[in-house]
Ligand binder design. Structure first.
Ligand SMILES: CC(C)(COP(=O)(O)OP(=O)(O)OC[C@H]1O[C@@H](n2cnc3c(N)ncnc32)[C@H](O)[C@@H]1OP(=O)(O)O)[C@@H](O)C(=O)NCCC(=O)NCCS
Length: 151
């Protein structure tokens, strides 16, 4: 396979309002909301302005997405991790998580928190995230709080 044909995944920032951001929103809706019979709410989309967004690109198309929202001076919440259904288990999620952690460290934050869907918590656990508390419902499905110290 030539270098051109190789499917190199690139993780890039998808600035709020950009074309990459819009493609990422479509992917988030397809992966995280439509299977639950939901759409992204106005409230969530408004909150996007407070977040930084990163996407995974394959041949120019968005195949993964993640958003980061600062909660306080030390803590960032990782939200909306999504990989296209036909591109799972190719380490795209791992690359997005690695990039998100590097960004958060560089910006001087010390802790990442997230609400993991039950079923996805094993993914985060592989990268050192620890669950705490009892499962709770969010967007109609059970989640568990997880966190990781990045200091
Ligand atoms: C969860 C998700 C983001 C993982 O992305 P992915 O690109 O398929 O994961 P990767 O290929 O990077 O996997 C990295 C490692 O985690 C493991 N892994 C992936 N998904 C897993 C899961 N659901 N449970 C346990 N381990 C998982 C992989 O086997 C791999 O392990 P290895 O390094 O030992 O081989 C993806 O499956 C997804 O978008 N799911 C639907 C939406 C969702 O649940 N998002 C999370 C909301 S909290």
């Amino acid at each position: 396979m030539s270098a051109d044909e190789q499917d190199l995944i690139r993780i890039v920032e998808a600035p709020y309002g950009s074309d990459l951001y819009r493609q990422s929103v479509l992917l988030r809706e397809e992966v995280l909301r439509i299977p639950l019979g939901l759409t992204l709410s106005e409230e969530e989309l408004k909150d996007d302005v407070q977040r930084r967004h990163f996407c995974a690109l394959s041949h120019g198309a968005v195949v993964g997405s993640v958003s980061l929202r600062p909660l306080d001076a030390k803590t960032v919440q990782l939200r909306q991790m999504a990989v296209a259904e036909d591109r799972r288990r190719e380490k795209i999620g791992a690359e997005l998580l690695k990039r998100a952690e590097a960004f958060v460290r560089k910006e001087g934050f010390r802790r990442m928190v997230l609400n993991a869907r039950l079923g996805a918590e094993g993914f985060y656990a592989r990268f050192g995230y620890v669950a705490s508390g009892d499962p709770f419902d969010e967007k109609t499905i059970p989640h568990i709080r997880m966190s990781k110290d990045l200091a």
